[in-house]
Design a protein around this ligand. Structure first.
Ligand code: KIV
Ligand code: NA
Length: 275
């Protein structure tokens, strides 16, 4: 059954935890979908894990549309959320609605995600009013990395914690259907989750959230540039891949691959005429 924003709202009411992962391509989305994932985020983290940038700043609308559409083709039941890239919504409410619309029309998104609290509430309201569900994102918001001055846990002092609670209530009020909390102390994330009626999706925000999300390369052990504390490796796919690549190279050089069974035949009669 197709997961919708309604499924997400009901999950919170019924205390059913939501499991989300990122994906950026058809094959991975299909595997996650078949495993029963509730939602897939086409994150602008694709800048890091797919394109090899150091941050998400350079990711474009075209990148998000390209990968969004690929994921949408592989996701039958999962809700597909596509990230709005840096400067596609911060500049104006008009830009936000136009670009959210493109992510839905061309990127085949079921919903979009954007970063920020009170300051982007006019955008959240306008996009939602246009019929496009919005997932909000607070705490460590990577598009503001230059303003933060590094990747650090957010909301640790009283003022910052209060601001986070106020921002969370504001995005709910503006119409967001869910809220990602990234790198927030677990007890603060729990308080926020209890005060909202929309589900919180945590990443580095503890088990008190209504759901969880991870970058799939992180949880599969496929990305080793850096590993945040909140990542749990559910498999060592990176090692498995590297070993398979190395074995392939060895077999090509040893001429054990391709073997007879991997080849195509031609009739001897035809072959005879060639000499
Ligand atoms: O881009 C991304 O992958 C994200 C998640 C980490 C929430 O925004
Ligand atoms: Na993101």
């Amino acid at each position: 059954m197709k997961n919708t924003v309604q499924t997400f709202k009901e999950a919170k009411k019924n205390h059913m935890k939501l499991a989300m992962l990122t994906a950026y391509d058809y094959s991975t989305a299909k595997l996650q979908d078949e495993a029963g994932i509730h939602g897939i985020l086409v994150g602008d983290s694709l800048g890091n894990v797919i394109l090899g940038y150091e941050d998400t700043i350079s990711v474009t609308m075209e990148d998000m549309i390209h990968h969004g559409a690929a994921v949408a083709r592989g996701a039958k039941n999962a809700l597909v959320v596509v990230d709005m890239p840096f400067m596609s919504y911060q500049t104006s409410v008009y830009d936000a609605v136009v670009n959210a619309g493109r992510l839905m029309k061309e990127g085949r998104a079921n919903a979009v995600k954007l970063e920020g609290g009170v300051s982007v509430c006019p955008q959240i309201k306008a996009i939602t009013d246009a019929g496009i569900p919005v997932m909000a994102h607070l705490g460590l918001t990577p598009q503001s990395i230059n303003a933060f001055g590094g990747f650090k846990v957010q909301g640790k002092n009283e003022a910052a914690a209060r601001k986070l609670i106020d921002d969370a209530k504001a995005v709910e009020e503006a119409g967001a259907f869910a809220l990602v909390l990234e790198c927030v102390p677990a007890k603060l994330a729990k308080i926020i989750s209890e005060q909202l009626t929309i589900p919180t999706i945590g990443i580095g925000a503890g088990a008190g959230c209504d759901g969880q999300i991870l970058v799939y390369q992180d949880m599969l052990g496929m990305f080793s540039d850096y590993t945040p504390k909140f990542v749990k490796r559910f498999a060592e796919v990176g090692s498995v891949m590297k070993e398979a690549f190395a074995n392939y190279i060895k077999e090509v050089q040893a001429e054990t691959y391709p073997a007879e069974e991997h080849t195509f035949k031609i009739d001897d009669e035809v072959l005879g005429k060639l000499y």
